[in-house]
Design a protein around this ligand. Structure first.
Ligand code: AMP
Length: 123
């Protein structure tokens, strides 16, 4: 499918410096910042700086340099937050069924307490 990127989404505004963020780390191609409504003691969002809607979009169209930078940034956030030993969860919601609220690729890094089972059984 062809992805259309909406540059008015909140993470695009963060990347343009139009709204503030609580930065954890920044690299050439990626930004990591704290979620405004944390769902665990550690809740960091990692985004690429490029205009990608979802993980699939990113995997299809990002350069190898962007992909390497992004994956290494996720790992570095885990080390910086000190969660590699106790464990962590990565989540990347996409589209309608994934209940993605912000249409700019982000990985949630969740940690700092037992996180329960991966999915609650719904309906
Ligand atoms: P998702 O449902 O995966 O699209 O999640 C979007 C996440 O972005 C939610 O966890 C929100 O709390 C978070 N969020 C929305 N606006 C901001 C913001 N300005 N700064 C940090 N996190 C935000």
């Amino acid at each position: 499918m062809a992805y259309a990127y909406d540059d008015q989404n909140v993470f695009a505004k963060i990347l343009r410096g139009e709204i503030p963020n609580d930065t954890v780390m920044e690299t050439e191609h990626s930004l990591a910042f704290r979620d405004i409504q944390p769902q665990a003691p550690v809740h960091v969002l990692v985004i690429p700086k490029g205009p990608y809607v979802s993980f699939d979009h990113f995997a299809q169209e990002a350069s190898e340099a962007e992909i390497v930078d992004y994956v290494r940034t996720v790992g570095e956030v885990c080390r910086m937050e000190g969660v590699e030993e106790q464990g962590f969860r990565l989540i990347s919601n996409a589209g309608r069924d994934g209940v993605q609220e912000v249409p700019h690729l982000h990985v949630h890094v969740l940690a700092g307490r037992p996180l329960g089972r991966m999915l609650a059984r719904a309906e």
